[in-house]
Design a protein around this ligand. Structure first.
Ligand SMILES: *Cc1c(COP(=O)(O)O)cnc(C)c1O
Length: 541
């Protein structure tokens, strides 16, 4: 008898606990499913389920021994090709897989550096010819010399120690202040410098996540990003455990669908995102409408001006069409702006701006108990290169407002020239209505990647885009003199392909990756493996 009672006693609370846990579990998943249904709508949800099932089926198919063998062979082949292409240098270059036992003489190092400089599959002269899309944001060779001087003067400095390097602190604070003004930041705004656009975006997401955690107790953060938003937002989601909802763009304007963004907002939403402009197509999202949503639902809005950097703020004054994008819109809470793009500062510099100091604090990291001392730092890095800040500061104060206005006129003028020229070509369509420096184009009747390969033969290095297949050029100052050549070369490429007939298989590099269909497969594991092999190859000595 007493045995039965004690069993009952222990079983009853356990049973209750089980029920509670089950109910909570059920509640959690029903809430998730419900939010998905509301966020994506019925058709969207069915599409999402269909895509998930297709991916799963493909995954199974690819795991079959026969397909696995084929995939392994393909990947091994790709690896070999990549190594041949990337780790292929003249035997005259000395190799250093271990430290030289005694150091080289200064002159030997100089000679080796010269040899390295002249070894390049794309000679520097070709890169400077303006035929390479967006790779070099050049402010002129005099400016490069000046920023290098600034760099070497401050090569030992580290902003982590402002007491030892007060000048670097001053320059950094001034850079942030100058960029804040450019974006019409209100009183009380603040910002920070980072190592690049990616870190600026990481910080914006981390800050928004932290603020939602502390002020709204959000434990399963989500953010809503246009499908055309930079991959750095996915990186941020990956690093900081924030779920990323991608929202499609309108098929005509290529701006993010505002109604779809609104539907996805729920109590877990920590951040809305818009680009001004985005990387793939150079299109500015409807930031004003996003700002209205941000105000209405009291959610932060980040505007990615990494690429727009020192061009979008000057569009209006340069006499070009523009759209509202900055802190003048009440809902905009943070902006990322790359000084190392159209600011012509050395690579490795960017800024992240916040509407208020309060918002900025959430990006900081503070450790109070470390035996090394109380440790506080604004961004990801600990020690940072003061030299880069000095180079950035020098570039900005040298170019000045008039200089950037002039460069905006030149660069956007070049982009307009490209757009107008390409529009005239039969079979070529411009994507959306680009207002800034990037022009993306595609073709309804030819394979756009084959056009890309034809252009490569003519010395161009444009960016290949996917979903939908397209090419783009990010105009820089170097593009200005070669606009007509680009238009003519696209025309020639189209004509050449039309004459050859379309069946022709191409061995070009764009076709090899994008034309093979591997990027269109619903299961991305093969693409992921190939990309990983690529990164591995970068570290092969
Ligand atoms: C370049 C760019 C970024 C950030 O890139 P980084 O290479 O990290 O500087 C972010 N967004 C857009 C739209 C960009 O073009």
């Amino acid at each position: 008898m007493s045995g039965v009672i004690s069993t009952l006693r222990t079983q009853y609370p356990l049973g209750l606990l089980k029920n509670v846990v089950f109910t909570l579990w059920l509640l959690r998943y029903t809430t998730k499913a419900y939010r998905h249904l509301i966020g994506r709508g019925l058709i969207g949800s069915v599409k999402d389920i269909h895509a998930a099932v297709t991916r799963w089926a493909w995954g199974l198919l690819l795991k079959l021994p026969s397909s696995r063998k084929k995939i392994e062979a393909e990947i091994a082949g790709a690896k070999e090709q990549l190594e041949m292409k990337l780790v292929n240098y003249p035997q005259t270059l000395r190799r250093f897989e271990t430290l030289p036992s005694s150091g080289l003489s200064e002159n030997e190092v100089r000679e080796e550096l010269q040899a390295l400089l002249s070894f390049s599959s794309k000679p520097w002269s070709e890169i400077q010819s303006g035929q390479v899309s967006g790779a070099v944001y050049h402010g002129g060779s005099d400016l490069s010399t000046l920023t290098s001087e600034a760099y070497s003067l401050f090569s030992l400095s580290n902003p982590l120690h402002p007491d030892i390097f007060p000048a670097v602190r001053k320059m950094e604070a001034e850079i942030v202040s100058m960029v804040l003004r450019l974006f019409n930041a209100p009183d009380g705004a603040g910002g920070a410098m980072t190592s690049g656009g990616t870190e600026s975006i990481l910080m914006a997401v981390k800050g928004a996540r932290e603020m939602a955690r502390v002020e709204r107790r959000v434990r399963e953060p989500e953010m809503i990003v246009p499908r055309t938003g930079h991959a750095a937002f996915d990186k941020a989601g990956h690093y900081f455990g924030v779920k990323v909802w991608h929202v499609d763009v309108d098929p005509i304007t290529y701006k993010v669908n505002i109604a779809d963004v609104r539907r996805l907002i729920n109590p877990n939403t920590i951040l809305l995102v818009g680009s001004a402009p985005n990387f793939p197509h150079g299109i500015i999202d409807d930031i004003a409408a996003l700002s209205d949503l941000a105000v209405r639902y009291e959610i932060p809005l980040h505007v990615d001006c990494c690429l727009g950097s020192f061009i979008v703020p000057f569009l209006e004054r340069a006499g070009f069409a523009s759209e509202p994008f900055d802190f003048r819109l009440r809902g905009v809470t943070s902006i990322s702006c790359d000084t190392h793009k159209y600011g012509f500062a050395p690579k490795g510099t960017s800024t992240i701006l916040y509407r208020s100091h309060h918002l900025r604090q959430y990006q900081y990291f503070v450790s109070t108990d470390w035996p090394g001392g109380v440790y506080a730092s604004p961004s990801i890095a600990g020690s940072r290169p003061g030299a880069l800040l000095a180079g950035c500061w020098a570039a900005m104060v040298r170019v000045g407002e008039e200089g950037y206005l002039e460069s905006c006129k030149e660069i956007v003028g070049a982009a307009k020239g490209v757009e107008a020229g390409l529009m005239e070509i039969d079979g070529i369509q411009i994507i959306g209505k680009p207002l800034v420096s990037v022009v993306a184009f595609t073709s309804t009747d030819l394979n756009i990647y084959e056009i890309g390969d034809e252009l490569s033969k003519r010395g161009w290095h444009l960016n290949a885009l996917q979903s939908p297949p397209a090419l783009h050029i990010a105009c820089t100052r170097l593009t200005v003199p070669v606009v007509d050549k680009l238009v003519q070369d696209v025309r020639d490429a189209v004509q050449a392909l039309n004459e050859e007939g379309r069946e022709k298989g191409s061995e070009g590099s764009m076709m090899a990756l994008y034309g093979s269909g591997v990027t269109e497969m619903p299961d991305k594991s093969v693409v992921r493996r190939l990309a990983t092999v690529f990164v591995d190859t970068l570290y092969k000595a």
